[in-house]
Design a protein around this ligand. Structure first.
Ligand SMILES: C[S@@+](CC[C@H](N)C(=O)[O-])C[C@H]1O[C@@H](n2cnc3c(N)ncnc32)[C@H](O)[C@@H]1O
Length: 315
């Protein structure tokens, strides 16, 4: 772990800690990047992705860390209480909802320094709209090591529910994880229209359940095709999961009628239906390319991606 940075700033101010850690990150790469693989248990406080809700969609690494924890600081109602009951009944559990960094950091630091196993549990994957790094930087600045343990992000749970892929040959070559304008994002920084305009992008909107109608109205005002498919998956993988299908022209009303204001994934694009794709090159002759085929570069790594440009694989 890199040494805590000494600054003239007030060490208890999280923003000073974030700035100092950022400076250090710019100046030199963290040795731990090269010492550990993702998934390794490491020294310090793990920032664990709880997955989308169903406790069975927690990773094995996450489950083991929770089972060993003395204190679990979790993301409140975004984390299924069944998961907490199943894996954390021996631990103290604290919701982070309504707590600022000034409260969260000493809580986790003190428990760690007292010798307890602390787990910070985020919903989905902590790297997506998780505000994890600022907590980690503030802790590291106080000498408490931290690390990420990935989870299943809700867009992936939604695609599983929809029984489709987010990338689909000849339909969608790209995925955008995004959020709509609002308190955090200005109108200029809302790029949903640009992603939709690209045509071969599946747009997954986080933090936008309350704004589905406004978002769709804006797309229509900007001239986008109102027939483009949209699915809204509420509480993907939870017992009360719900799916609403529509189009840019119809989904706003449908979500309003359903009354959902939070906890849904909005997916825009033709991949939503899983229709209209072409068979992939991978399972159309390329697999029989023979022993001379060069299978050790990314252009040939199609087993998961299955969307290979023939020109890239016949070198
Ligand atoms: C603060 S963000 C956290 C995202 C999380 N880190 C992840 O990777 O899924 C919360 C947003 O994620 C989405 N979300 C979280 N859990 C969900 C679920 N089970 N089903 C659908 N959307 C979900 C919703 O859009 C919600 O507004």
């Amino acid at each position: 772990m890199s040494e805590p940075v000494e600054t003239d700033d007030d060490e208890t101010d999280p923003q000073s800690a974030i700035d100092a850690q950022g400076e250090q990150r710019r100046a030199e790469l963290d040795d731990r990047i090269f010492e550990h693989n993702a998934g390794d248990e490491q020294e310090g406080i793990p920032f664990v992705g709880a997955g989308p809700g169903d406790p069975r969609l927690l990773t094995v690494a996450g489950k083991e860390l929770l089972e060993d924890a003395d204190l679990v600081v979790h993301a409140g109602s975004l984390v299924n209480s069944e998961l907490l009951e199943e894996y954390c009944d021996h631990a103290e559990t604290v919701s982070s909802i309504g707590k600022d960094l000034e409260e969260l950091i000493p809580l986790m630091r003190d428990a760690h320094e007292d010798g307890g196993n602390v787990v910070r549990l985020h919903s989905g994957d902590p790297a997506i709209y998780g505000a994890a790094l600022e907590q980690m930087d503030a802790l590291e600045h106080e000498g408490v090591p931290t690390y990420f343990v990935p989870g299943v992000t809700s867009a992936f749970a939604a695609s599983a529910t929809l029984r489709t892929q987010l990338t689909l040959n000849e339909v969608s070559n790209h995925v955008a994880f995004t959020r709509p304008q609002g308190k955090t994002l200005t109108e200029e920084d809302d790029h949903i229209g640009e992603f939709v305009e690209m045509g071969d992008v599946t747009t997954c909107i986080y933090l936008g359940t309350h704004a589905v109608a406004d978002t769709m109205d804006r797309l229509i005002d900007d001239g986008h095709d109102p027939e483009i498919p949209v699915a809204v998956v509420y509480h993907a993988s939870w017992p009360d999961e719900d799916v609403i299908y529509g189009t840019i022209g119809t989904i706003g009303e449908k979500v309003k009628d359903a009354g959902y204001r939070a906890s849904a994934m909005v997916v825009i694009g033709d991949a939503v239906t899983g229709a209209g794709y072409e068979r992939s090159y991978l399972y159309d002759g390329w697999a029989d390319r023979g022993p001379d085929g060069d299978a050790d570069d990314d252009s040939n790594e199609t087993a998961d991606n299955e969307q290979t440009d023939p020109a890239e694989t016949t070198q």
